[in-house]
Design a protein around this ligand. Structure first.
Ligand code: ADP
Length: 190
């Protein structure tokens, strides 16, 4: 299996590049942000709880997202592989993901990190907020909180994969196709 973790701060372009990766490599896209927004739009109890946190730019509890990912892995037993987008976002999630994949005799092939500076991120997210209407993209304070959550809780996840020699960093500034080509070079080597 080819299992990729697409990593980077909010607004780095993970969703955009995931779409291109699933087309090229036939992988299943698992975005915890999309899964949570699905729960919210269906009005589930989980969605109602998650919304309160997401609207403030705070991470939802590890157990919640780990449970969602576990269900999706079970529901896609014959997949060629997965792209994890926005997950794992804490070291506890990364540890749980390793366990889940191990129980399926699989593993993460590699983490690909998109590097984008904070000023550019804030600019992109505010623009996306105007276009998409995502509430957590419309408010500069919430955006800064998400970037802070990323730096405090998510950035250490890179070290988790560096320690396993599975970390590759890509410049996330440039055209969508330039960045995709750089990612493709890394993926083709797996
Ligand atoms: P972005 O990468 O632009 O922040 P996402 O759609 O990935 O957008 O996430 C939106 C929000 O959903 C996050 O701010 C967080 O509250 C919640 N979320 C998504 N994935 C996770 C996760 N793996 N762990 C905890 N919270 C998550």
């Amino acid at each position: 299996m080819l299992n990729l973790v697409l990593f980077g701060p909010p607004g780095a372009g993970k969703g955009t590049q995931s779409q291109k990766l699933i087309e090229k490599y036939g992988l299943i896209h698992l975005s915890t942000g999309d899964l949570l927004r699905g729960e919210i739009s269906q009005g589930t109890a989980l969605g109602l709880e998650a919304k309160k946190l997401m609207d403030h730019g705070v991470l939802v509890p590890d157990e919640v997202v780990i449970g969602m990912i576990s269900n999706k892995l079970d529901a896609n037993k014959d997949a060629k592989g997965f792209i994890f987008d926005g997950f794992p976002r804490t070291v506890a999630q990364a540890t749980a993901l390793d366990e889940l994949l191990k129980s399926k005799s699989s593993a993460i092939s590699g983490m690909i990190a998109l590097e984008v500076n904070d000023d550019e991120l804030e600019h992109r997210l505010l623009l996306r907020g105007k276009e998409s209407g995502r509430p957590d993209d419309a408010n500069p304070e919430v955006i800064r909180k998400r970037i802070k959550e990323y730096n405090d809780k998510t950035a250490p996840v890179a070290d988790f994969y560096k320690n396993q020699n599975k970390f590759k960093s890509i410049n996330g500034i440039g055209s969508i196709s330039e960045i995709f080509d750089a990612i493709g070079t890394v993926v083709d080597a797996y």
